[in-house]
Design a protein around this ligand. Structure first.
Ligand code: NAD
Length: 463
């Protein structure tokens, strides 16, 4: 990765704004061409992209395909297929008082947008938002994470070769370069990452009254009831947790389980881990590594916050930490205070669903909340009494594959959403339009002076 010279950043921002102002990004034909070019890039460059993801995070080619490349391709393909329909004006009732008149809304592009990506899914989380910007007809600057430097460099090379380089630019670098970008005026800032930097982004955006989408994280809980098939539940929890070595914003962070089921669940988690990654996950080509030494050290320190029931081994040289299940964890300990964002899964006992709900409610609103229960009553109680970006029953992570579900957080887990049509909405302004013929001039009714008879009529017509 070669960081972009911050002195060049104002000119890069001005360049994409000029491209937007020239009108070149507005035609639907331009948007469809860019989306097709993005899809083609992902197909033609699949091997290089997978190799970069392997270098940065130890992802296997299969994992890179399933969790990154195919996700962006599906988003782009859906946007391309549906774009004309999504862009149709939407009629709105005008009401009797204004008749005859028509009203409708229509999506218009916002302008020049800034997309700031994180390191954990460095392709998906930079390019899936880009799909929304392209569909909306915006120009964009993309800032990949410096903590995935090989992927950052590759995207900086590929994107200008495949997309309209006047309208889409890549800036590489870390905090200094991002702050130089944040000093520019944007029409939307789309940020994915942690809450600390999100506050820096929101403060900078306030200077220009720029709307922001903040895709953050947090501790996503899993609730497991006694009566469910614990073998399947454990497989689905282990898969969601240990994909990308736990470095997933919607990964299960911790499990709350009924007392009678804890030991069986822990045994099944151990079996599921062995099934997914073999007897020694540190040797598995399907199991990723921790992104940096700092994160590895932070995670290693958390291992002491409970009794290790599964895993706990590590390879400090290779930054690999085995899938680990912790029991007997104190809710006040660090592993239950911060987002774990690594392959450590605390399993805590809870007396029942009511206490589990109280536990979740006492903490910041998570990005995802998962339940495994056979009881509709319990599912409904979670729906009514908790809040989270998503509420998912019977699986973890896989709800992201439902392209029409908006993806985003609430409260501490973020604001705004994307995926499918929600991406178009995020990167557009939904403009209100209305029209009324000049004849007959029915508006004359409300022009002063308003007589008694007309007033009586108005009371009936107006709410
Ligand atoms: P990160 O370190 O990659 O940082 C995100 C971006 O902020 C990077 O581009 C980085 O260059 C920039 N940045 C870092 N310091 C900065 C500073 N001082 N000023 C300006 N910019 C700065 O990401 P992270 O924060 O380590 O990511 C992990 C977090 O992201 C977790 O909390 C995770 O849950 C969350 N996350 C959320 C989603 C989602 O879609 N909601 C997805 C992935 C990760």
């Amino acid at each position: 990765m070669t960081a972009t010279d911050p002195a060049r950043i104002p000119e890069i921002a001005a360049g994409v704004r000029r491209a937007f102002d020239s009108g070149r990004t507005r035609p639907i034909a331009w948007r469809l061409r860019q989306l097709a070019a993005l899809e083609a890039m992902l197909v033609e460059r699949e091997h290089e992209l997978a190799a970069a993801l392997h270098d940065d995070l130890g992802k296997s080619a299969a994992e890179a395909f399933v969790t990154e490349l195919s996700v962006v391709r599906a988003e782009a393909a859906t946007a391309r297929r549906r774009l004309r329909r999504w862009l149709r004006p939407r009629p709105v009732r005008t009401g009797l008082a204004l008749a005859p008149a028509r009203a409708w809304t229509r999506y218009e592009p916002l302008g020049a947008v800034l997309i700031i990506g994180p390191w954990n899914y460095p392709v998906q989380l930079l390019l899936a938002p880009l799909v929304g910007a392209l569909a909306a007809g915006d120009a964009a600057v993309l800032k990949p994470s410096e903590l995935a430097p090989v992927t950052s460099a590759l995207l900086a090379e590929l994107l200008p070769n495949h997309l309209d380089r006047e309208a889409i630019a890549v800036v590489e670098g870390g905090a200094a370069e991002t702050q130089a970008l944040l000093a520019q005026r944007w029409d939307r800032i789309f940020y994915t990452g942690g809450g600390r930097v999100a506050r820096i982004v929101a403060r900078a955006a306030a200077e220009h009254l720029t709307p922001t989408t903040l895709e953050l994280g947090g501790k996503s809980p899993v609730y497991v009831d006694e009566g469910v098939d614990l073998a399947v539940a454990a497989r689905r929890i282990a898969w969601g947790k240990f994909t990308n070595a736990g470095q997933t914003c919607v990964a299960p962070d911790y499990v709350l389980v009924a007392p009678g089921a804890r030991d069986r669940l822990v045994r099944e988690l151990g079996a599921a881990i062995a099934e997914l990654y073999g007897p020694d996950p540190l040797e598995s080509p399907d199991y990723g590594r921790i992104v940096s030494r700092d994160h590895f050290d932070r995670l290693s320190a958390l291992l002491g916050d409970g009794r290790i029931a599964v895993g706990g081994t590590s390879d400090p040289e290779g930054l690999r930490l085995a899938p680990t299940v912790l029991v007997d964890v104190d809710p006040a300990s660090p592993v239950m205070q911060e987002e774990i964002f690594g392959p450590i899964l605390p399993v805590l006992v809870t007396p029942g669903p009511r206490e589990a709900i109280a536990f979740v409610r006492a903490r910041p609103k998570p990005l995802a909340l998962y339940t495994f229960t056979g009881s509709r009553r319990v599912r409904r109680a979670f729906a009514r009494s908790t809040s989270s970006g998503a509420l998912v029953h019977g699986m973890t992570l896989a709800h992201l594959a439902i392209g029409e579900l908006p993806f985003g957080g609430v409260g501490e887990s973020g604001m705004g959403a994307y995926h499918g049509e929600a991406s178009l909405r995020t990167f557009s302004h939904e403009r209100a339009e209305a029209a009324k013929p000049l004849r007959p001039d029915t508006l004359a009714l409300v022009y002063p002076p308003i007589g008694r008879a007309v007033m009586r009529l108005l009371r009936r017509l107006l709410p």
